[in-house]
Design a protein around this ligand. Structure first.
Ligand code: 6CS
Ligand code: FE
Length: 295
């Protein structure tokens, strides 16, 4: 029996060692994610790899297409959506093993890219994201069946306490959909925009009701994961999160990819939002080579 036990321990640690090499999460990391609804991985990409991604992010942010969302009443870019559908670098990043492997190890399913965006949180003008849960938008707007989706943020700049980090209530994902306030209609300043604009600007259509927020924040606290450019943050589709203004002179660009379990794809017939907000391509992601960004 003892040998068997030793063998088992050896094989588990061997597997863990292998799995961390492949970018999959370790047992401890999976436990942390299950408990809190988020996990920050430091220094996943080198600064040289990030530099290449930044160049593409900046050119995406200079484009003016229907995928570009501006801050209220200004020419400041808030987000650019569908970047994985329109740029080779972001198509490769969306399929990078260092993003896909951790995601698959959590969902334990094949995944596809549901949505991608660059959130710029511009210097001296990047506006707030009020407290919300992402799954509420995907359930109400796209009829996503369950919350088995994960958003992975790649830090393109250092994220600090002063340039608008994302705040989370750890463990809030375990309460399902929280009491929600719904704001119908087009937010002021966006009177000529399509309906979906209320899903992506500072005056969000669905926000967490103050009573539910206060209770959870008091019980669970608030965390604001910070890290160097190249760090990667994974968070659950139901974890409560928000971000404040960027009052600093430092940019806070993030590339965010939402991965959905292939067997959780909403029915294509029910989709009314544009392709750059909810992808119709539900084929499992085929990872690219690990050194795709290494010159
Ligand atoms: O509606 C959406 O798809 C987007 N809106 C928010 C507030 N978060 C999820 C997603 O990026
Ligand atoms: Fe969100």
């Amino acid at each position: 029996m003892a040998n068997q036990a030793v063998h088992n321990v050896a094989s588990i640690s061997h597997h863990e060692r292998l799995s961390t090499n492949l970018g999959e999460l370790t047992t401890e990391q999976l436990d942390e994610y299950a408990r809190t609804g988020l996990i920050l991985l430091d220094n996943v990409f080198s600064l040289d790899e990030i530099e290449r991604i930044r160049t593409s992010a900046d050119s995406a942010m200079t484009e003016r297409t229907e995928r570009t969302v501006f801050e209220t009443g200004s020419e400041t870019v808030r987000s650019v959506y569908g970047v994985h559908q329109h740029s080779r670098i972001f198509s490769d990043l969306a399929r990078h093993p260092r993003l896909v492997a951790p995601t698959r190890s959590i969902l334990k399913r094949d995944v596809y890219v549901y949505q991608s965006k660059i959130n710029t949180k511009a210097v001296f003008g990047g506006d707030v994201w009020p407290w919300h849960q992402d799954y509420v938008f995907w359930m109400k707007e796209d009829s996503m069946p369950t919350s088995r989706a994960i958003t992975v943020s790649v830090f393109l700049d250092d994220v600090t306490e002063v340039n608008g980090p994302i705040s989370f209530i750890p463990g809030s994902h375990r309460h399902g959909i929280l009491e929600t306030d719904t704001y119908e209609g087009l937010p002021s300043g966006y009177e000529k925009s399509p309906d979906w604009i209320a899903n992506v600007v500072a005056k969000l259509k669905y926000t967490i009701a103050k009573r539910a927020f206060l209770q959870l924040a008091k019980d669970n606290g608030i965390v604001t994961p910070k890290g160097r450019a190249g760090s990667v943050l994974l968070f659950d589709s139901n974890v409560a999160h928000a971000s404040s203004l960027n009052l600093s002179p430092y940019e806070r660009r993030m590339a965010l990819f939402t991965y959905n379990a292939v067997d959780n794809a909403p029915a294509a017939s029910g989709l009314h939002r544009p392709e750059f907000l909810v992808s119709r391509d539900v084929r499992p992601v085929e990872p690219v080579a690990n050194d795709v960004f290494v010159r």
